[in-house]
Design a protein. Sequence first.
Lengths: 290, 290, 434, 434
Amino acid sequence: MANADALDAAFADGPAYVPYLVVGDPDDESSKAYVEALDRGGADVIELGLPFSEPIAEGSTIQEALVRSLDAGMTPDRFFAFAEDLEVDAALVCMTYYNLIYQYGGSEARSASDASAGPRPFVERAAAAGIRGLVVPDLPAEEAEPLREACDEFGLDLIFIVAPTTRGDRLDRMMANVSGYVYVQARLGTTGARDDVSDQTTASLDRLGEYDVPKAVGFGISTGDHAERIVAGGADGIIVGSALVDVVAEGVAAELSTAEVADRLEALSRELKAGAERGHRSRTETVESA
Amino acid sequence: MANADALDAAFADGPAYVPYLVVGDPDDESSKAYVEALDRGGADVIELGLPFSEPIAEGSTIQEALVRSLDAGMTPDRFFAFAEDLEVDAALVCMTYYNLIYQYGGSEARSASDASAGPRPFVERAAAAGIRGLVVPDLPAEEAEPLREACDEFGLDLIFIVAPTTRGDRLDRMMANVSGYVYVQARLGTTGARDDVSDQTTASLDRLGEYDVPKAVGFGISTGDHAERIVAGGADGIIVGSALVDVVAEGVAAELSTAEVADRLEALSRELKAGAERGHRSRTETVESA
Amino acid sequence: MSETDTRTTEETETARRPGRRRGREDGKFGRYGGQYVPEALMPAIEELTDAYERYVLDNEDGFVDEFRERLAEFGGRPTPLQRADRLSERYETEVYLKREDLLHGGAHKLNNALGQVLLAKYMGKERIIAETGAGQHGTATAMAAAHLDMPCTIYMGERDINRQRPNVFRMKLNGSEVKPVTTGRGTLKEAISETMRDWAETVEDTHYVIGSIVGPHPFPVMVRDFQAVISEEAREQAIEKTGGVPTDVVACAGGGSNTMGTFAEFVDDESVALHAVEAGGSTLEVDEEAGVAPNSASLFAGDEGVLHGARTKLLQDSDGQIMESHSVSSGLDYAGVGPELAYLVDEGRVDPVAVDDDAALEGFHRLSSTEGIIPALETAHAFGFLEKHHEKLGERVVVNVSGRGDKDLDAAIEETDKRDVDGAPDMSMFTGGM
Amino acid sequence: MSETDTRTTEETETARRPGRRRGREDGKFGRYGGQYVPEALMPAIEELTDAYERYVLDNEDGFVDEFRERLAEFGGRPTPLQRADRLSERYETEVYLKREDLLHGGAHKLNNALGQVLLAKYMGKERIIAETGAGQHGTATAMAAAHLDMPCTIYMGERDINRQRPNVFRMKLNGSEVKPVTTGRGTLKEAISETMRDWAETVEDTHYVIGSIVGPHPFPVMVRDFQAVISEEAREQAIEKTGGVPTDVVACAGGGSNTMGTFAEFVDDESVALHAVEAGGSTLEVDEEAGVAPNSASLFAGDEGVLHGARTKLLQDSDGQIMESHSVSSGLDYAGVGPELAYLVDEGRVDPVAVDDDAALEGFHRLSSTEGIIPALETAHAFGFLEKHHEKLGERVVVNVSGRGDKDLDAAIEETDKRDVDGAPDMSMFTGGM
Ligand SMILES: Cc1ncc(COP(=O)(O)O)c(C=O)c1O
Ligand SMILES: Cc1ncc(COP(=O)(O)O)c(C=O)c1O
C-alpha cells in the first residue's frame, strides 16, 4: 500500500526530490526494485510513468523506456496492481497521456453521450491504488474540466506543466486548476537529460512567484550540482526523469543485475537529493544574510 | 568480274530465278561460296544485299543476316570489291537502303547545295563493279529522280517494288521510272518465308499486265511448288530471299561447313528453278490448250 | 484582380454556408477536435491560430491571393473534372473524376503543404519541419519548401525509408534534410513524435507542417481550408458541365485531408451524398491481443479517443493504446482520422465505407486499364467502393483521384502477385521486384 | 462553342503566320523531309495524309474540338507558365517555365499520342501500335489507347525493357501488350524496325503512332501540329503575364517533338530567339571505328541523310551507317532529328546547342533543389543550357519543362554517384540502387 500523505506534505519541509521512472521498465519485478530504490534514496514524491503508445511529449530516452514497458505487457490494470504492491514512503503520482485515462473502464464510459464520463473510472481506480496525483502532459487546462472534477471527487491532485512560454491568461487558467505542485518545465523541448541549467528556469520561477503552490522544476536535471543550482534559484523541488531512466537503460544494455541497477539509482537519488538540500540551504542563507 | 549481260536478257528465255543473299553473311569468304552456289543452282539474276544499319523493310530473318554481315565489318567498298571478285554467270543487282547510296563518296557530295549530287558516286562505283541494277526498298518513285538520272548515266537498271496495294497514279509513276524488271511483292508485310501463295499475287500480276516489263514475284517463296504456282500464275520470274538466308542462318547456328551450306543452297536453288520452269510449262500448255 | 473578385463572392457564399466555417472559432466539431498538446507547444499553436485567422481567413497582406496564384502556377490548378467514359458505361451512371493526380507532385498533398509553407513565410518562420509515412506529404512539403526557399527537415521512420526509397530521394533532391527516426518501430507514429519533439524545442523559428486534417486546432480547419480548393473547383466544374451539383461525392480517407477537401464545399448541399472510403485492409476484425488492426477504418470501426492533439475516432485497444493499423496503401495506414470527419459521420452527413485490400487492388487495375489513369493505391479504394456500391448511387458521381500510382508500382506488382486480381495484367515477368 | 470561335481566330492567325503551315503541303522542309518508306506502306501513309488534312487541318466531324477537350479534361491542359523565382534571380533575367511535366503521364508526349490515337479512331482503325525507347512515348500511347478504348501493342527492345521496368509496368497496367524486340541490340532502332514491320502487314486496320516529329510525311507536320498546343498556350500566357512575347524560348531536343511544339507558334515572331538543346553526351567527338557517337547532337554535329522515312540531319559514319548515339537521358538518345528542325537550323532560325551529361545532371539538381521541380533528365539539358549561356539571353526567357523526373530517379542516383555534381545532395546511402 502506498504512502497516503498528501502531496503538499512532501513539499512541506525542505526541497522535494521528485524522481520519475517508467513502470514495468524493463519488467515488473525489476521495476519494483528500482522504484523502491528511489524511495530509499530520499524521494518525496515518485512519478510513475504509465506508458502510452504515442508519447508525443517525451524525449527519446523516455520514449524507449515506454516501449520496453509496453513490449513487456504493461497495461493500466497492471500499473495499478504495481502501485498497490509498492512499499515506499514517497507520495505516488501517475504520469500518463489523456487517452489512457479517458478509455479506462471500457466502452460504456466512452460511448455515453456525455463526454465527461470518460476520466472518472480511471481516477477512482488510481485513488484506490494509492495514487495521490496525476500529470497528463497532453491535457491542456482548457480541456481539463472533466478530469479536474473526477480528481476533486476522489481527492487526487492534478498537476500541470508550466512551460517557459506559458504566461498571461493561459498561466492564470492553469494556476486556477492546479493542485499539489506545478511542474515547471526548465526549458523548451521534450524530456531528456542536459548538462546545463537554463536561464528560462529562473524566468519561469519569477513569473510563478505570485502563485501560492509548490514549484517543482524538471526537464534536464541530471546531477547534484544541477539540483543545487535550481533549488538555489528558487525551486521548491526538483523533478528528475531521463537521468534515472538512463540508468535503467544502461542496465538493460549492459545486462546488469537488478540489484546493481537499484544501487545506482539509489546512489544517484542521494546525490540529487543532497544537491537539492545544499541549494535550499544556500538560498536560506542568502535570504537570511539579505 | 561480274557477268555483263543486261537484266532484260535474264528474263528473255524462260522464267527467271532471282535469288537474294546478304553479302558478307556470315563472312566474305563463305558468302562468296554461297553466291557462287546460287549461280550454279541456276540463278539468272542475283540480288546482293548491302547491309544498312536500319533495315525497316526487312523481316527478322534478313535483318539478322544484315547484322551478321555488319558485325563482320561489311562496308560499301568491301561490297564492291566482293562483287568484282565474284565468278558468276548471273546478272548482279545490288539491294540496299537509300542512305548508303546517298552518302557514298563522302561529305563533298552530301554537302553540295544541289541535293541531287548524292547518289552519283555510288552508281558510278557500282557500275564499275559490274552491278547491273539497284533495288532500294525505302526509295519511293517520288524521290527517285536523282538516282534514276545516275542509273541512266551509268547504264544501270532501277528496279521498283510494287506492293499489293500499289495502284493508280502511284503505279503509273513507278512504271514510268522502272527498268530491268519490277519486283512484285507477293503480299503485305516484310520479307520472310511463308508456306502459301497469296491471292494478292494474282491480283497484282493482273494489274501489271498492261505494262511491258518483266514481273518478278517475291516475298515468301520458299519451295519449288511455290515457284511453280507463281510462275503458272503469270510471273516472269521469282525472287527468293528469306528461304535462302534461312539456309545460311542454319549453317551458322549448326556450325556447318561452308561447303555443306553451299551445297544446300545449290540444291534449293535447283528445286526453285525447276519449279519455276514447271510453272512456265504449265502456263504455256494452258495457253496452247486454250 | 479577378482573384479578389472571386474571393469576395466566396466570402459571401461562405457566410451562407455554415459547413465551410465549422470549427474555425474554437477548433471543436461537436465533441471532437481540441488542442491536446504539451504545454510547451501551446504558444506556437496560439501563434499559428492567430496567423491562420489573419492570413488565411482575412487574407491579410494578400496571403490568399498569393496562395491561389502559386497553386495555379506552381501546382497546376485548376485540375480538371473529367468524365470517365468507360466507368460511366459500366455503372450506368455519370462518373466524373476530379484529377488531383495531375497536381504537381502527383497528389492532393501539395494544396496543404504549399499553403502551410507559405503561411510560415508570412509568419516570419525560418524553418520547416514535417513528418511523413509513405513519403507523399514529405515530398509535397519538400517541393513547397524548395519553391519558397525555406530550409526543411523531414522526419521519417527508418523502416519507411527503406520501403519508400524513391520518395526519400525526391525529398533530398528538393534540398530537404531527411532524418531517419530509429526509435520504436520506425514508422509514421514515431516520426510524428519525433517531429513534435523537434517542434517543442524550436517553436520560435520553426513551423511544423502537418500532413492531414489531424492534430490540434488550428490544423484540422486550416488543412481543410487549404484542401477545400478541390471541392470549390469540383462544384463549379460539375455545375458547368452537368448543370447541377452531383448526387454523390466519393473520396478515400486516411487522415482525411483529401476527403474533407473534396467534401467541404458540398457539406451544405444537403442533396449530395458524401462517401468516405477507408482502408478495410485484410479484414475489419481486430487482434486485441497483438494490438493490431489489420485495417485503418477508424471512421467505420474506430471509437472515440485522443491522439496527436485531437479528440477523434481511433483504432485502439480497450486500454486506449493505439493499434498498429494496416493497409495495402501506406498513405491510408493511420490509426486516427480528422475530427471533422468523425463529427460528420456521427451526424449522419458522411457515409463511412470500408473497402478491403483486394477490392482496392481490383479498383487500381480497373482504372488503369479502362481509363488510362494509374491511381495511387490510396485512391484505388474509392474505385473499389464504386464497383461494390454503384447501385446505390445517384446519376452523377464525382470521385476524387487523390493521387497517381507511380509511387506504388513496386507495391502493386507485389500485392497483385499474391492474389488473383480481377482484370490484372500478367506481370509474372516482374515478380521478384524491379 | 468558344472552342470553335478560337479555332476560327487561329486559322486566320495561321494564314498570317507561314511558320505554322510549313510542310503541310508536301512534307518538305527545304531539302529535308519526304517519304522514304517501303512501297507497301505508301497507301497507309497516303490514307493518313488524307485523314490529317481532313480531321486535323479542316476539323472534319469536330475532330479538333474533341481533341482539345480531351487534352483539357484527360490531359490537364492548359499547363501553367510559371515564373521561376530563384532562377530569375540567379540569372538576372525573367525565367518562365512551361510546365509540360504536369501533363497526364508526366511529359509532353501525351499531346501527340492522344491526337494520333483519336485520329486513328476517326479513321476507323481498330488497333494501335507504337515503338518506344525509354518508355515515355509508349506509356503516353498506352494511356491514350486505354482512354479511347483501343487495343494497343507497344514494341520495345529487350534491353530497354530491362532498363525501364517501371514504364513497362505502366504500359501493361494500361492494358497494352508490350512486345519485347530481341533482334539486333534490342533498343529503340530495332523497336522502330519491328513496329514498321508490324505496320507493313496490318496497315489496313492498324495505325502506327510515331513518337516524335520524325518519320515520313505526314508524321513530322502532324506531330508538330499536335504538340504546337505547348507554344500556343505559352505565347498567350507570356503575353498575358509579361505584356509581350519572350526574348528567348528554350527546349531540349531528341527527336524534337517538344522542341517544335514549344517553338511552333514563335517561329514567325522574328524577335524571339529559339534554342534547341541537344544531348552532348560525354563528348562531341565521334568514334568512327566503333560506329559510336557518345552524344545525340544530330542538329549540332550530324549531317544530312535518310533515316526512318525522312531526309534529315543524322549521326552517321562516312559510309552512311547510323551511329549508336548516347546520352545520360534515354529520351534524347536518338541518332536523328525531325526534318523541320534540321531545316530551321540551316535557315539560322533555330540555334542548336549541345549540353553534355555533366551539365545536364547539374541542371537536374539545380532545378530540383531551388525550384522544387524534379525534371526529366531530357529536360535537364535545357537547364544546363541556361546556366552556361544565360549571359547571351534577353530579358524574358521561356523554358519548356518537357517532363518530370520520377522515371529517372534510379538513373540520376547512379549517374550522380559517378561524378562530382555541383549542388547534388549526398546520396551515398542509396548508391547501389534502390
Ligand atoms: C494519394 C493519396 N491519397 C490519399 C491519402 C490519404 O491522406 P488523406 O486522407 O489525408 O487525404 C494519401 C496520403 O499519403 C495519398 O498519398
Ligand atoms: C521528358 C522528355 N523530354 C524530351 C524528350 C525527347 O523527345 P522530343 O525531342 O521528341 O520531345 C523525351 C522523350 O522521351 C522525354 O521523355
